[in-house]
Write a protein that binds this ligand. Structure first.
Ligand code: 5GP
Ligand code: MG
Length: 191
């Protein structure tokens, strides 16, 4: 059972839900004056980690918007530190002349945002705003420019609410840390 793999709940589903609502209000306030037929809005969700966060967030944005996805690989498989962000798949059509809100699950080394923001701009986006649910309290993350941050969390490996370990645990509704024996040991599929 996944439950027996949890060490601590770092952020409960209730706290996440309240914060997502606040972020949505802030984003709506900032972007609604600019979103019109002349300047369209595309929400770009970084797959797969941001999928759960982004789907909760967009349903709180009463704006006319489109959704696109990009797939980046930085923590392949059982890695628990970044191996450098690489673009795996992207939809760049229709960005020209519009605004983009790039949504990711967690800001860690900053390599994902540093890779994607210039790419989106080079495909013609007028403005790229960035939003992450989590930011790790480590110097590289704190030094990376980002427009909206849900929570600053301690620099430890977390899963749940879209975040994975070896592609498992994304469906946990809370954000949690795993017991020491799980990481680097017998992985979820057998336990
Ligand atoms: P960055 O490119 O900023 O180093 O890292 C961003 C990506 O690394 C995130 O989108 C996420 O996929 C992965 N990542 C960073 N920290 C964690 C973590 O604590 N847990 C999980 N599951 N993924 C993380
Ligand atoms: Mg990711």
């Amino acid at each position: 059972m996944m439950r027996s793999h949890i060490d601590k709940v770092i952020l409960s589903r209730q706290r996440i839900s309240r914060r997502v609502q606040e972020l949505a209000e802030e984003i709506t306030r900032d972007l609604s004056p600019h979103v019109s037929r002349e300047s369209h809005l595309t929400i770009v969700s970084v797959m797969t980690g941001a999928m759960v966060f982004c789907s909760d967030l967009v349903r709180q944005l009463p704006l006319q918007l489109r959704i696109a996805t990009m797939r980046v690989s930085s923590y392949p498989g059982i890695a628990t530190n970044t191996q450098g962000a690489k673009l795996v798949e992207a939809q760049f059509d229709g960005l020209a002349g519009g605004r983009v809100l790039l949504v990711d699950d967690i800001l860690d080394s900053g390599s994902t945002l540093r890779l994607l923001v210039p790419m989106l701009k080079s495909h013609g986006a007028l403005e790229v705003k960035t939003c992450v649910l989590l930011r790790k309290k480590r110097p590289e993350a704190m030094a990376t420019p980002v427009d909206y941050v849900g929570f600053d969390i301690p620099d430890e490996f977390v899963v749940g609410y879209g975040l994975d370990y070896d592609d498992y645990y994304r469906n946990l509704p809370d954000i949690v840390s795993l017991k020491p024996g799980i990481i680097g040991g017998e992985v979820g599929r057998r336990a």
